[in-house]
Design a protein around this ligand. Structure first.
Ligand SMILES: Nc1ncnc2c1ncn2[C@@H]1O[C@H](COP(=O)(O)OP(=O)(O)OP(=O)(O)O)[C@@H](O)[C@H]1O
Ligand SMILES: [Mg+2]
Length: 251
């Protein structure tokens, strides 16, 4: 089942054509990796999915992006609802300078949940449980989130998203600031999360894409060159440019 489908998606930053006729179907409750050399449009593509590109002046799009069959460019799309459904995790974990507890409660307040106090506590606990952070932080929920390790901060940011019950998680190089051991933990978490969420990860790390994703798309200069099951991309790519990239001939 496709959760996101793009039809002839084009994007321009001013005169610069950053995405060219991208056609892709992202499967539900799987992990899709987007790989490709720096500047090929990976982050741009990710940002289109929850219309974060709207925030960048001079951006123009055409084509369609269907999420659960509805075109997100339609005038009736409610951006708050869309961004609640499609959350984003960034390269640098960016917790608020608040306590661990408040970091999670914050998103709920923004999205105006009618959460009674007991209800709020329950959601905070469940969210931290779902990112496997609860046991590590349950005794210091009121301590500043900024004191956590980088990897714990990243998991906290994922918990903060999960609290508002998204369906799709966009992750833009979520492990690039983490050491190998912390990276493994986040990958483990991703495998756990895909039972309930559709995950799209942008990564420079091809081993990571091969390890963690089910499907992989290779981009080059704004085009999606090839999209397939991860195993097929890494063992028998059909396009020479994909092969050159995954074998390290460029990029
Ligand atoms: N706000 C912007 N205004 C103008 N051009 C931009 C803007 N953001 C990105 N670009 C350009 O669009 C192209 C794609 O950028 P994007 O950040 O999506 O690439 P990327 O694949 O994520 O790269 P990286 O691997 O370095 O993160 C690049 O040429 C970039 O310079
Ligand atoms: Mg990027």
């Amino acid at each position: 089942m496709a959760k996101i489908v793009t039809n002839n998606l084009n994007l321009w930053y001013g005169d610069f054509h950053a995405l060219e006729s991208v056609n892709v179907a992202i499967a539900e409750k799987r992990i899709t990796a987007i790989i490709g050399p720096s500047g090929c449009g990976k982050s741009t593509l990710l940002r289109v999915f929850n219309r974060m590109n709207d925030l960048i002046e001079g951006t123009r799009v055409d084509g369609e992006v269907l999420v659960d069959g509805a075109n997100i460019f339609d005038a009736q799309t409610d951006l708050v609802t869309l961004r609640k459904k499609i959350g984003m995790v960034f390269q640098r974990p960016n917790p608020f300078p608040l306590s661990i507890y408040e970091n999670i409660a914050f998103g709920l307040k923004i999205h105006a949940y009618p959460a009674a106090k007991g209800e709020l506590e329950k959601i905070v606990e469940e969210s931290l449980q779902s990112v496997l952070l609860w046991d590590e932080v349950k005794d210091k929920l009121r301590k500043p989130a900024l004191r956590l390790s980088l990897e714990q901060k990243q998991r906290l940011c994922i918990a903060r998203l999960i609290a508002v019950k998204p369906e799709i998680l966009l992750m833009d190089e979520p492990c690039s600031t983490l050491d190998p051991q912390a990276t493994m933990k986040i990958e483990e978490l991703m495998r756990e999360l895909k039972r309930n969420y559709t995950i799209i990860i942008v990564t420079h790390n091809m081993q990571q894409a091969a390890r963690v994703s089910d499907d992989t798309g290779f981009m080059l200069l704004g085009k999606l060159i090839e999209f397939n099951r991860t195993e097929a991309i890494f063992t028998s790519p059909s396009d020479e440019r994909t092969e050159n990239y995954i074998t390290g001939k460029f990029g």
